[in-house]
Write a protein that binds this ligand. Structure first.
Ligand code: FES
Length: 331
């Protein structure tokens, strides 16, 4: 029997096996969405009548589940549903921009001070919403919010990217934004209080944000094992936080930081020239794969290649963490 979705006073019939998001979009409805993979939570909706199913609530906070919120891209209902978009006041909190810094030619850091308690872990991601909530993008937490008193996000300017162009060109200290979250499992954990395992983190572009978050958290918790950060970029121009990470590595004997540039005219001390994935495998070789924990963030093609390669090299899948975003989600 056909399933109908009631939304904004109209009924829409879903095709067999179709998600709520795909069904609404097929009927010309403009619903916020991005990854379509259950990761970014930008397609959050609320069931006012009917059951969205537990699969559509995976990864949501218990408070949201209890109020029948669900992810439209993961929801294939077997009975009729009446649904609505969440109001800003129900699911987000305002945050003030308390700082903005140009990190390189096309990346900024935005510092946000939430107006209420916002419990989150460095390396997790949050949703940033436009003023009316119609544009939602996810960005990772690059710092230790509790210690710093603000959340740091790294945002790369993408031409025609609504959110990134606003953030890079117009946003200023004193402006208010809305945030939702946090979500994701890309953060530091030390199982059984063992802090001796090696960690290898590799990322491209603003994939450095969650990597910095994880590393700062690991160091703050007194991690003893080796930590290696590899940050990849097409050219030296695209790197950022080189001085900050070099300094951090000087202060911690167990931390190594190597910027990796694909196209560099001349070799430079401390830098690696060449493809990031090949260098990751080179660094990985002597490490104990049974204990190693890896974090890969940034360009999805690179992340997927690295995940596959290190798994085949013997790293357990439970020890491979990644930033789940696709590029569209960063715009
Ligand atoms: Fe549904 Fe990303 S679009 S979770």
């Amino acid at each position: 029997m056909a399933v109908n979705i009631s939304y904004q006073g109209r009924k829409y019939e879903l095709q067999d096996g179709e998600t709520v998001l795909d069904g609404l979009m097929r009927h010309g409805q403009d619903v916020p969405s991005s990854c379509k993979a259950g990761a970014c939570q930008s397609c959050l909706m609320q069931a006012n009548d009917g059951n969205p199913g537990s699969k559509a609530q995976i990864g949501l906070k218990d408070t949201l589940k209890a109020q029948n919120f669900f992810l439209a891209c993961q929801c294939i209902p077997d009975k009729d549903l009446s649904i609505s978009l969440p109001s800003l006041s129900d699911t987000t909190i305002p945050a003030e921009i308390v700082g903005k810094e140009q990190l390189c030619h096309n990346v900024i850091a935005l510092h946000l001070k939430p107006s209420a308690d916002f419990s989150c872990r460095a390396g997790q991601y949050i949703n940033l919403l436009s003023e009316n909530g119609s544009v939602i993008r996810s960005y990772s937490i690059a710092n230790l919010p509790e210690q710093d008193g603000f959340i740091e996000l790294h945002i790369r300017r993408i031409n025609n990217g609504t959110m990134s162009v606003w953030a890079c060109d117009k946003a200023k200290a004193g402006d208010t934004v809305h945030i939702r979250g946090p979500a994701g499992d890309c953060f530091y954990i030390a199982p059984d209080n063992d802090q001796s395992f090696p960690i290898l983190l590799a990322g491209t572009g603003t994939g450095l944000a969650p990597i910095e978050g994880v590393v700062l958290d690991a160091l703050a918790q007194g991690h003893k094992g080796e930590i290696r950060i590899l940050h990849g970029a097409l050219s030296e121009n695209d790197l950022y936080h080189v001085d900050m990470l070099t300094e951090l590595a000087k202060q911690h004997a167990n931390l190594t930081y190597i910027p990796c540039v694909l196209n560099m005219k001349h070799d430079k001390p401390g830098f690696h020239t060449g493809p990031l994935d090949q260098f990751v495998m080179h660094i990985l070789e002597p490490l104990d794969k049974t204990k190693l924990r890896t974090y890969f963030c940034g360009a999805p093609e690179m992340v997927n290649i690295l995940k596959k390669k290190v798994f085949l090299a013997g790293v357990a899948s439970k020890n491979i963490f990644s930033d789940p975003f696709i590029m569209k989600n960063k715009q």
